[in-house]
Each structure stands twice: as C-alpha cells, then as structure tokens.
Design a binder for this molecule. Structure first.
Ligand code: ADP
Ligand code: MG
Length: 139
C-alpha cells in the first residue's frame, strides 16, 4: 500500500452539530494522520470552483448553497491507502445506502446534508488539496 494524502471536508451540517472532534477521531483511530486543517466559510465562488466537475448536474445549485450555508472544516489526511480508507469511513453518498458504522450512516440527514466530503482518486485528491492548501501549510 502507498502512503497517500486526501482532502476531507466536514460539511456545514457536521460543523453546526459539533461533530468536528467526533469525525476527526474516526480518522485518527483508523490510522489517518491530520497533516493540515482549518475552519473556513466558503464563498459562492470558492464552492463553485471546488465542485466545478458537477457544474452541469441538476443538483449543483443546491450543493453550492448548502456548502456555503455555514463554516466547513477542511483537512488533509495522510496514511496508507488514505483515499479509499477515507471513502470507506465516509460511506455511500446517499446516507440511506451507507453501511452501518460509517460517518454518513451515523450522522447524515440527507444526500445534500451528508456531513463529509472526501476525494475519490489520486488525481482529484491532488487537485483538491492544492485548491485549499499551500505545501507549506501541510506538515
Ligand atoms: P461524493 O460526495 O460521495 O463523492 P458526488 O461527488 O457524486 O458524491 O457528489 C458530490 C456531492 O453532491 C454529494 O456529496 C452530495 O452532497 C451531492 N449530491 C450528489 N448526488 C446528488 C443528488 N442526486 N441529489 C442531491 N445532491 C447530490
Ligand atoms: Mg465526489
């Protein structure tokens, strides 16, 4: 297994419900190291840029409005197989389909308010990390 880095976002519903510590604990207990992170209120342009791959999808407007509805906690996780490991911890996009014990099964209220984002592949992880962090902000 390769050491990878992946981008995680605790979405506004997770921050609003005081779940930052609980969710970061799940990452750390699974062996993922937090190598950078901060709270941020995204602007509309920042959220649109981040989700640009989805801009032609019917849910794009709702997704962006939700992502700017309150602060998010953005972090970079590092570890063996970090990208897939984080996706496993998150669970399926639709919380109704997420496996028991995953973050989305345990905390998410809907497909919009699904509590966490995680990069889905090495290429997207690299782009998403660089979107939010300079290399000197990561340890
Ligand atoms: P994931 O976050 O699991 O990688 P996607 O990249 O497919 O999922 O979608 C990005 C985000 O857009 C999802 O986390 C979810 O909040 C939202 N989304 C995806 N599909 C839908 C949908 N059919 N209806 C509403 N929102 C959606
Ligand atoms: Mg995705």
């Amino acid at each position: 297994m390769a050491i990878e880095r992946t981008l995680s976002i605790i979405k506004p519903d997770g921050v609003q419900r005081n779940l930052i510590g609980t969710i970061l604990t799940r990452f750390e207990e699974a062996g993922l190291k937090i190598v950078g992170g901060r709270l941020q209120q995204l602007s509309q342009a920042e959220a649109e840029g981040f989700y640009a791959v989805h801009k032609h999808r019917p849910f794009f407007g709702e997704l962006v409005s939700f992502m700017i509805s309150g602060p998010v906690f953005i972090s970079v996780l590092e570890g063996d197989d970090a990208i897939a490991k984080n996706r496993d911890l998150m669970g399926a996009t639709n919380p109704k389909e997420a496996k028991p014990g995953t973050i989305r099964a345990d905390f998410a209220k809907s497909i919009d308010a699904n509590t966490v984002h995680g990069s889905d592949a090495p290429e997207t992880a690299a782009v998403e990390i660089a979107y939010f962090f300079r290399s000197i902000e990561l340890v």
